[in-house]
Design a protein around this ligand. Structure first.
Ligand SMILES: [Fe+2]
Ligand SMILES: [Fe+2]
Length: 227
């Protein structure tokens, strides 16, 4: 669903210096065309017989691109040029491409997880009505994305390419450390310390893993009662 972005006053200089580079990185990251993810999802869906998966993944990609478009609209309105590339975004894309749908889902879950404290922090810090509205809406969307990714995780963990949970927590910590290194000033201004940011990420990841486990149990129960 589209969002009506409210008009802004001028961006206070100190806030612009704090937020603009960081938001430009997120704008770039949210705007991925998702080609590889969709290709992996199609192959994976064919293997496990989940005909609805590619369409659902396409819906997720479209929603992330909307987040990117909204951020781009605000940045451009305040005279901030958008990024064409960034090494963190490039590294994330290369990492996701390496090992198929299972690994891509694991990296995406971690990206969705860090987005929650990030947009919470931006929403707390900003004085711009546009950014507040975007953060509020993105956080609602991300809650659904985490549920959807829990379902995907349940599929890939059942599948032989699924990442083990402990390994996923390690990956989450590594991604969290890069995000703190790049966006720690914004997160700190929004009330996080590195420790509380990591705790929040860990809590969200465990929640996704719990949901994914519940979904696997349900699936086993359904197939047992059908046989
Ligand atoms: Fe997003
Ligand atoms: Fe998301």
């Amino acid at each position: 669903m589209e969002l009506t972005i409210p008009a802004d006053p001028a961006w206070p200089e100190a806030e612009r210096r704090l937020l603009s580079d960081s938001l430009r990185q997120f704008q770039l990251g949210e705007g991925s065309d998702g080609c590889n993810l969709l290709r992996f999802a199609r192959t994976f869906a064919a293997r496990v017989g989940d005909a609805d998966l590619p369409e659902a993944v396409a819906g997720l990609i479209a929603e992330e691109q909307r987040h990117s478009r909204w951020l781009g609209q605000v940045l451009r309105a305040h005279g901030e040029p958008l990024l064409g590339r960034h090494w963190v975004d490039g590294a994330f894309r290369r990492l996701r491409r390496t090992m198929g749908f299972g690994f891509e889902v694991a990296v995406l879950v971690s990206a969705e997880v860090v987005a929650v404290p990030y947009y919470t922090a931006v929403g707390r810090v900003t004085s711009l009505p546009s950014l507040r509205a975007i953060c509020e809406r993105v956080l609602q969307d991300e809650a659904f994305h985490l549920q959807f990714q829990a379902h995907n995780l349940s599929l890939v963990v059942r599948d032989r390419f699924g990442l083990r949970h402990a390994l996923h927590r390690g990956l989450q910590m590594a991604i969290g450390a890069v995000v703190w290194q790049q966006h720690g000033r914004v997160l700190a201004a929004g009330g996080y310390t590195f420790a509380s940011f990591c705790q929040e990420c860990d809590r969200l990841l465990l929640e996704v893993q719990r949901r994914s486990y519940a979904s696997r149990l349900q699936c086993r129960y359904d197939s047992a009662s059908a046989s």
